[in-house]
Design a protein around this ligand. Structure first.
Ligand SMILES: Nc1ncnc2c1ncn2[C@@H]1O[C@H](COP(=O)(O)OP(=O)(O)O)[C@@H](O)[C@H]1O
Ligand SMILES: [Mg+2]
Length: 258
């Protein structure tokens, strides 16, 4: 008998509100049957199910290490909610996205983080950089920080480009010790407490914690043909990330001059 696995809460989309044009993957704002408003990241978007798996694993790990990440849910979509939508691109996307999508709690009025305008604590900046280096997230650049300010606090979004090793499982082991190029990272200069944060997170992020966040990826997105089923794919994520964790000197960015 397997152990009981935690799952993300599930809601059902009842109305498509609007596309978020600034996003490359054409996420949309939807209303759901729990009266919540969510950013929908669609299973039928070009980035595919792996981007959604990365959103869950890296986003939920971020939450475990103390970052603010909007609540994530399984978002059930019936493509009929797009029937009245005039935009053909959106129609196509909804048609390709029946079933379980990712819902990200919508933060109304949030604005994009601006490193010149917004002050954040060194420990928080260091924690973001640590997460990105560990998961090889390339989407935290100056041009495209994927950080929001909401009620005066920092929120991390859009982790779909992390964990790129999962695009090629047969060769994934070659990337376990790969260094992270932080030169373009939006918080590099603020991450002045990275060594201390690393020491703390190395104790906090155990294989059990990694298992618990990988558990949250819906089975529906774990369909890589390299595995017999979701259980094997989950185990591969946990093994890869656990091993990466044992060689932090390989990937932790070096301290930057103040
Ligand atoms: N939870 C959210 N609350 C408010 N705005 C959001 C939220 N998630 C995304 N956005 C807005 O939508 C944009 C695109 O979303 P993002 O997740 O970055 O998608 P993409 O993968 O297409 O870049 C973000 O840059 C941000 O402006
Ligand atoms: Mg983005």
């Amino acid at each position: 008998m397997g152990r009981v696995r935690d799952v993300l809460p599930e809601v059902t989309a009842i109305r498509y509100v609007a596309p978020l044009r600034e996003g490359g993957s054409l996420p949309g704002v939807v209303e759901a049957d729990d009266l919540g408003t969510y950013v929908a990241k669609f299973v039928g978007a070009g980035q595919g199910v792996k981007a959604l798996a990365a959103e869950v694993i890296t986003g939920e790990l971020g939450r475990r290490i103390g970052l603010r990440v909007p609540r994530l849910v399984r978002l059930a979509i019936d493509p009929v909610i797009g029937r009245a939508e005039p935009d053909e691109e959106v129609q196509d996307l909804l048609r390709a996205s029946g079933g379980i999508n990712l819902g990200v709690d919508f933060l109304p009025g949030a604005i994009g983080f601006d490193p010149y305008a917004h002050q954040i604590a060194p420990d928080e900046a260091s924690t973001v950089l640590w997460l990105d280096a560990f998961t090889q997230n390339v989407d935290r650049s100056w041009r495209n920080p994927n950080l929001l300010m909401w009620h005066g606090e920092l929120w991390a979004i859009d982790h779909g480009a992390s964990l790129y090793f999962h695009h090629n499982w047969p060769r994934a082991a070659a990337g376990v010790h790969r260094a992270y190029d932080a030169s373009d990272h939006v918080l590099l200069a603020q991450a002045t407490t990275l060594p201390a944060v690393d020491t703390r997170l190395a104790d906090l992020v155990t294989p059990a914690v990694l298992s618990s966040v990988v558990d949250l990826v819906p089975d529906e997105w774990l369909t890589d043909p390299a595995f017999d089923g979701p259980a094997g794919e989950r185990a591969a994520y946990v093994a890869h990330l656990s091993e990466r964790l044992t060689d932090r000197v390989a990937w932790l960015p070096k301290a930057v001059a103040a």
